[in-house]
Design a protein around this ligand. Sequence first.
Ligand SMILES: Nc1ncnc2c1ncn2[C@@H]1O[C@H](COP(=O)(O)OP(=O)(O)OP(=O)(O)O)[C@@H](O)[C@H]1O
Ligand SMILES: [Mg+2]
Length: 192
Amino acid sequence: MIIWVAGSPGVGKSTVGRRLARSISFEFIDLPKLLTTEGLVESYDEVRDAWTVNPKEVSKLIPRRVRGDCVLSSHFVAPVKGAAVKCIVLRLNPLALTTRLKRRGYSSLKTAENVEAEFLGVVYSEAVSSLGRRRVFQLDTSGKKVEHIVDRCVKIVKGFDEGDRVDWLTQLPEDELEKLLSFIAKYRGRGL
Ligand SMILES: Nc1ncnc2c1ncn2[C@@H]1O[C@H](COP(=O)(O)OP(=O)(O)OP(=O)(O)O)[C@@H](O)[C@H]1O
Ligand SMILES: [Mg+2]
C-alpha cells in the first residue's frame, strides 16, 4: 500500500512522512529527492525559484520504484495505477505557513504564491483529481505537535479517522483573513 503525504511546501510532509513510515514500518520515500537522483526534474523556473516535474514521469516512476508498503512525501500528486493508495494532504493555517516560509528565506513572491496555493487548497484539488475523492484525506496541522499529526495519520491509514474539512476562507478569523489577503495581493504576480 502507498500512503502519500502531500501538501504545500513547508507544511511538514517530510517530517510527518518519515515518522509515520517508522511508526507503521513502511519504507519512506521523499519523492522530490528520488526524482532528482533519477534525473526526472525537468527545468528550473527562475521567477518562481522552483523546479518543475512532469506528472506523467511521476506516474511511471512509482510502479517501477515502489514495491511494497511505502510512505511517499511530495507537494505534487500524480495518478497511480495498480496500487492501493491513500493520500493525506497536510494543511496549515496560511499565516503560520507565511512565517515558516519566510524563516526559510523564501522571497516574498515565492512565499505569497505558496501561501495563496495553501489558502485555495491547490494540492488537495490536485490530489482529488489524480486519485479520486475517496482516497484523499485532509489534516489541519495548525498548532499541532508532530506526534499528534502522526497519530492521526496512523488512524487514517487504519480507517478510523476521516480527517478534517479545511476551507480557510470560512475558517480563518476575520482579522487573519484580512492580513493574509493583503499580503497575497501585495506580492502575488508582481515578480518582486
Ligand atoms: N507540526 C509541526 N510543528 C512545528 N513545526 C513543524 C511541524 N512540522 C514540521 N515543522 C517544521 O517545519 C519545517 C518544514 O518541515 P518539512 O521539511 O517536513 O516540510 P515539507 O512539507 O517536507 O517541506 P518541502 O515542501 O520543502 O519538502 C521544518 O523546519 C520542520 O521542523
Ligand atoms: Mg519535504
